[in-house]
Design a protein around this ligand. Structure first.
Ligand SMILES: NC(=O)c1cnc(OC2CCCC2)nc1N
Length: 332
């Protein structure tokens, strides 16, 4: 039923059962790296909870999934507290919602025109990398956004993560760690040959491979990274997200080359069409595109909500039929 037709108590009890369901799915996804439902299913139930809580603010609970960033930290890893919280992203599922994001952002900034940096949304897991005087000293998972797992030893085995930068900067960068599709296929063949359960998709395989206590296991998994963020823009000497990506590459990081500065929603829609078509040809999984206000000064002006930046949004692709087919195959 539309939330507007519900009584507060009906909304409250529906929200409670949705939270229980989402918590069960989060445990599977973030702790076991073995979800039993498609991302799309999770997203839709999550969106329903957001709608209920928006219609009845009094029913929001502090432990609601809507009030916290996803991942859970595993025992066995030492903890890292992130100097700047690692936020997740708000999601939209249509161009109309994307246009609403644009209107809201223009209004917040009092601007009639805005430049965006549009990027592929890599389907991996967020990592943080800390460098002191250009030397890689610590790497971690996002965790709950404030506290993550120290996976430095595992990250040292990944070729695309530089041990030393081309400049002696002390900086923290963030990006996505992912498993290329070819490595994923090979890994599941090996899993099958060893009589082990296959991984559901490359994202879970990457998460399972990174959150290993034995770095040698990680080393064998052929993981890769794309860097896309830093909390210390002042150290980079850049004024926009697109310039920041070029700087990350100069420093020795791998960035995803398919980013594009867009000046309006038509440009963004064209980008979405392009990569909706090209999605299957990419050597890694993507589950949408990310639209960011390009100017760092404007990002700072917009700030963040309790959980997500106001200056960016993730447009999620509809569920990947091909992926669903893979899920249905009986893995003997
Ligand atoms: N999965 C991705 O490809 C991706 C994820 N996150 C971001 O941006 C961060 C910056 C601050 C909060 C989100 N960009 C991306 N391209």
């Amino acid at each position: 039923k539309p939330v507007t037709e519900l009584t507060k108590s009906a909304a409250s009890s529906e929200a409670a059962s949705l939270r229980a369901q989402l918590d069960e799915w989060r445990q599977e996804y973030y702790v076991n790296d073995a979800p039993t439902v498609e991302d799309h299913t999770y997203d839709m139930v999550y969106q329903r909870l957001l709608d209920l809580e928006a219609a009845f603010p009094a029913i929001v609970t502090s432990d609601s999934p809507t009030q916290q960033v996803g991942d859970v930290t595993l025992p066995g890893f030492s903890k890292v507290s992130h100097a700047v919280p690692m936020l997740s992203m708000g999601d939209v599922f249509s161009i109309e919602e994307l246009s609403a994001f644009e209107a809201r952002t223009k209004q917040n900034l009092g601007q009639s025109e805005l430049d965006y940096n549009v990027e592929l949304k890599i389907d991996g897991l967020a990592i943080s990398l800390v460098y002191e005087n250009g030397i890689f000293v610590q790497g971690s998972t996002r965790g709950d956004g404030n506290i993550g797992e120290d996976i430095t030893a595992n990250l040292r085995t990944i070729k695309s993560i530089p041990k030393q930068l081309t400049e002696p900067l002390s900086i923290e960068v963030r990006g996505e760690c992912y498993m290329p599709k070819a490595a994923f296929a090979k890994l599941n063949e090996r899993q099958e040959a060893d009589g082990k359960a296959p991984f559901a998709n490359p994202r879970n395989a990457a998460a399972g491979s990174l959150r290993q206590l034995d770095p040698q296991v990680t080393a064998d998994r052929e993981l890769a990274t794309f860097i896309y963020y830093t909390a210390n823009f002042d150290d980079l000497g850049v004024a926009s997200q697109s310039d920041a990506l070029a700087r990350y590459e100069e420093l020795g990081f791998t960035i995803n080359p398919h980013y594009r500065v867009c000046h309006n929603m038509d440009d963004i829609a064209a980008y979405i069409d392009t990569y909706t078509d090209q999605r299957e040809t990419l050597s890694y999984g993507i589950d949408g595109i990310v639209v960011k206000v390009n100017s760092i000064a404007q990002q700072d002006e917009l700030g963040n909500t309790v959980k997500v930046p106001r200056w960016e949004i993730a447009y999620k692709f509809p569920p990947d039929e091909q992926q669903t087919v893979i899920q249905d195959i009986e893995w003997t």
